[in-house]
Design a protein around this ligand. Structure first.
Ligand code: SF4
Length: 108
């Protein structure tokens, strides 16, 4: 069992496995690492105004850049969010309907 499909296949980083007898064995260390990777545990994200929108970025890309899964991965999220908000506001002010679907997402 893996926390992310980008990291499947390496037994050292799996969060658990299903044994031959059907029991589930978990790796507390890896499970804890993934579960505790939040914007409140990361000192950079903790100070970031976009933290609750961004979520800290991709762990796998953070590992590629820094060598650690628990680091933040800033990929221009703040810039993209500001640009999208500005565009949405401009469209709204111009009376345009954003490319929003009005179709219901479910039958309820
Ligand atoms: S933009 Fe960077 S610092 Fe801010 S929440 Fe995202 S990853 Fe963390």
């Amino acid at each position: 069992m893996y926390a992310c499909w980008e990291r499947t296949g390496n037994p050292k980083i799996r969060i658990g496995r299903i044994a031959q007898d059907g029991t589930i064995e978990t790796s507390e260390a890896m499970s804890s690492l993934w579960r505790n990777r939040t914007v409140t545990s990361n000192p950079v994200c903790k100070q970031c105004r976009y933290a609750l929108y961004c979520g800290g970025g991709c762990a796998v890309l953070a590992e590629g850049r820094t060598g650690r899964l628990d680091r933040n991965y800033c990929d221009g999220f703040g810039f993209r969010l500001r640009a999208m908000v500005a565009e949405a506001y401009t469209d709204h002010a111009a009376g345009k309907q954003a490319g929003r679907s009005v179709a219901p997402l479910c039958d309820n």
